[in-house]
Structures are given as C-alpha cells and as structure tokens.
Design a protein around this ligand. Structure first.
Ligand SMILES: N[C@@H](CC(=O)c1ccccc1NC=O)C(=O)O
Length: 306
C-alpha cells in the first residue's frame, strides 16, 4: 500500500463512506440494540420529561432563570437541601443535534446530584433554525459566566454535555473568558457521546435545519483548534472525561477517542471511557440512578477534586 495515501485515509474514514453509510453513522438511534430507533428516541424524551417533573416537584429550584437578555437565555437551577452558596455546580447542556431538546426534558441527574450536595443547572439555548452554532456557543459561554458571577463562592463549576451539548461544552476549551468578563472556576468536564469534528455532519440530513457551511463546521470543530486555542487561565489539571457508549457507531467512537487524544496532546488531563452495555441514550438515562456507573463516575470526579 502507498504510505502517502494510507495516512489521510486512516485519519478520515468517513470520507470514504457512501452517503447512506455516513447518514447511518451519524444517526445514534440506529445503533441502539435494546429497542427500535423510534422507541429509543421516545423513551429518552419521556424519561427526561418525567425526571424533570419529578425534580421540580421535589427539589428546591429556580426555574427560567435569565442568564442574558435573549428570550432563549434561560436555565433551571436545582439546589441541595443545605442552604449554602459554597457548592459545586454541575451545568448540563442537552443534545439533539443542535435542533431539538430543551431543559424541560433534560433534568435527568438532578436527584442523585442534589442529594450529594451538588447544585445542578440545566441550560437552554436557541436550537436551529432560530439559533446558529456560533450563537449557541456564545449562549453556553454566557451561561457559565453567569453562574460564576451569581455564585462567586462556588466550589467548582463542572460542565456536562450530551451529544451536541458535549460539542458545545467542548467549545469552551476555545473560549476567550476575559472577553466575556470573567474567568469561571471550571473544575471538570463530562463529555458524553459528543461530536468534536463537525465536517462529516455537513453532508448528512442533520444539517437540513442547521444549514452550517463547511466554514461554520471548521470554525466550530474543537478537534482542529485546540493547539492554537487562547491560553486558558484555569488549571490545566482539571479532569476531562470523554465518554461514549459501547453501542454507538464507529464514527461516534472515533470522534470521542480522537478528541481525547488531542486534549492529552494539548496538555489536558483527559481520559476516555467506553461504557459497557450503554448506548447514546441509556448513558444519560442512567444519570437518574444514583448507583449507575455513569453517576458514580460523575460523583467520584467531583468529590475527588474537592
Ligand atoms: N436523529 C437522531 C437524534 C439524536 O441524535 C439525538 C436525540 C436526542 C438527544 C441527542 C441526540 N443526538 C445528538 O445530539 C438519531 O437518529 O438518534
């Protein structure tokens, strides 16, 4: 084999795929083994909605908190029973390919985390077609600065994103915090089933509402910009967990693995975790259970840091 051809091929297997195969690789529900795709999506929405209703009925919370002037700049904050502002904060950014999902169906982790003394903020952002990728990245940045300003005594801000939300959280490695008026006390990242190179998605049906150009995809792909990112004021030792389910497509595995390697090369303390038996949706559904592997990983990471 010609070695000069072998290298780029090995780096971008998706470039060799048919349109049909690419579409399948970037359709997470088609890789779920425990049920049919439609049922997996419906179950995920139902469990998220139920967990949110339950969280709002049982926890001390503030709903529709504005983190900016935009109509969509809203978050729900859930608190532990202890009346203190010196808490760790866990910020969750939902998935849905930047075009669906909302805070109202995403409060999966509230009960297990607030019980352990962690405040949870579930953040809304303007999904497409209303919002562009750049706007969503800006909203996520502002939501984090807002928490830092509201709770300056926090014991660490932990970001968790699922899928498209993991992408938005990972864009924070490129953020210019001084421009946004404050350096947040970021202490850890949980990147679940995320996308870090958006170029393959441009030519899939996921782009029909998003309408991102190749240039938008490039600008918003942390995989390609970590080396040249502005120096980060936060402690580089903060843990980053890059997680993916066993039952996800080879492209989702590759995206997580390669991003984790890029983070490590850039000096971050990143680790890759393939969760056995999990798929794109069950990973997050398991955050409702205090004893699940994924909840344990989150809790142990937060409390090891404190
Ligand atoms: N059309 C997608 C839906 C999807 O990917 C998704 C749905 C809910 C929450 C996260 C998702 N994925 C990425 O953001 C699928 O085939 O599964």
């Amino acid at each position: 084999m010609d070695a000069r051809r072998a290298v780029p091929r090995a780096q971008a297997p998706w470039k060799e795929m048919s349109a049909e195969e690419l579409e399948k690789q970037y359709s997470p529900s088609r890789w779920v083994v425990r049920m049919e795709p439609e049922e997996a999506l419906r179950t995920f929405r139902e469990k998220g909605t139920e967990a949110t209703k339950n969280a709002q009925a049982t926890r001390r919370c503030q709903l529709y908190v504005p983190y900016g002037d935009g109509k969509g700049d809203r978050m729900d904050i859930y608190f532990p029973d202890t009346e203190s502002e010196a808490l760790p904060f866990f910020l969750f950014f939902h998935g849905g390919y930047w075009q669906s999902g909302s805070k109202d169906q995403s409060a999966f982790m509230v009960n297990p985390l607030t019980t352990r003394g962690v405040a949870v903020a579930v953040v809304d952002y303007d999904v497409a077609p209303k919002g562009t990728l750049d706007h969503m990245v800006d909203q996520v940045t502002r939501s984090i600065v807002f928490i830092q300003q509201q709770y300056p005594r926090n014991e660490g801000i932990y970001l968790c994103g699922h899928s498209a939300g993991a992408h938005l959280a990972s864009m924070m490695f490129l953020a210019n915090w001084t421009k946004h008026g404050g350096v947040p006390n970021l202490r850890g990242f949980f990147l679940v089933s995320g996308l870090y190179d958006l170029e393959p998605i441009v030519s899939t049906s996921n782009n029909a509402l998003l309408l991102m150009t190749l240039e938008d995809a490039w600008r918003n792909s942390p995989q390609w910009h970590l080396d040249t990112a502005p120096a980060w004021p936060a402690d580089l030792a903060c843990p980053i967990l890059v997680m993916v389910g066993e039952h996800e497509s080879p492209e989702f595995h590759r995206q997580s693995w390669e991003f984790c390697q890029t983070l490590c090369r850039a000096g971050w303390e990143a680790s890759f975790k393939k969760l056995p038996d999990m798929d794109h949706f069950s990973i997050i559904e398991n955050l409702t259970k205090k004893d699940s592997v994924v909840t344990q990983i989150v809790v142990q990471t937060i409390f090891r840091e404190l």
